[in-house]
Design a protein around this ligand. Sequence first.
Ligand code: PLP
Length: 321
Amino acid sequence: MFPNTHFKNAKKYWYMNKLYDWSEGILHPMIHALHYGTSTFEGIRAYPTSRGAAIFRLKEHIDRFFHSAEVIRMKVPFTKEEVIEACRLIIRENDLKSAYIRPLLFYSYGNLGLVPKFSPPELLVAAWEWGAYLGEKSNQGVNACIVPKRRIHNSQMDLSAKLGGVYVQSMINGTLARDLGYDEAIFLNLEGRVAEGPGENICVIKDGVLHTNDRSESILEGITRTSLLEIASHLGYKTRVAPIKKEDLLQADEAFFCGTAVEVTSIVKVADFSENPDKGPEYILGDGRPGPIATRIAEEYRKVVTGQNPHFEKWLTHVKD
Ligand SMILES: Cc1ncc(COP(=O)(O)O)c(C=O)c1O
């Protein structure tokens, strides 16, 4: 009934401690989360290593998941250890060498008042093979556009949580960017500085220094971003965490998106629609190709996630014992 066309190699999913065939759908259309986006989720990746698939920074993702649940006032019906085991299990059950893992906690079926008094939180964990998030072109760098609408502000929502409803803004603007002919959107924050992408953080490089922003700038402070800051220092690069002005991006030597889904993907051109929604002057970053530092960091990230850098082995959870 439900083909896995866009979920490569997905055979089963885990839902409330049971495994279901991927083709089988079991939820009622009146679940609370479907109507109001009352859910929270994680995006986690597993990579092939010499010891089989390993999940990158699983503990940190599950900690964030439970934090997000607190923000949306949900009690997770499982312990952290049980969710960790469900993530490991679903990769084994699907026999995946690499995977994107999606734990989702949502208010389920009960009532439809905005306060989900009778709608219990339920948990799903799915996994499948997901290639480059921004497509095959990612290796050559992508073109992004600064969209006219500003990112939801951290005075309005707690952006340290990954809440389903917040991603409506991501979806609308990600679609707008593609309609305008670009690969991805970039949000400014209400202060007019660079915030983040719809599902990615942003790093810029100028004069050899890797520079990114933090939660004070209305972003989700990503686990990838935090890992890359450490990897970059380990490689000997200077790093800086401070607000990114729009000009810092437009005049950067190099820039990249980073996140679990997008990994490290260079931004080679930025169009700025922030001042006029009908006109987006374009800026080429560096020489219009992924730059040397972003490339070096992306290579090292690949080594780290695939278990080829012993210093960061501590970040991997192997799927098999
Ligand atoms: C809005 C947003 N910002 C940043 C990120 C990057 O976070 P992470 O590196 O933890 O995947 C994500 C992806 O989860 C995201 O959805």
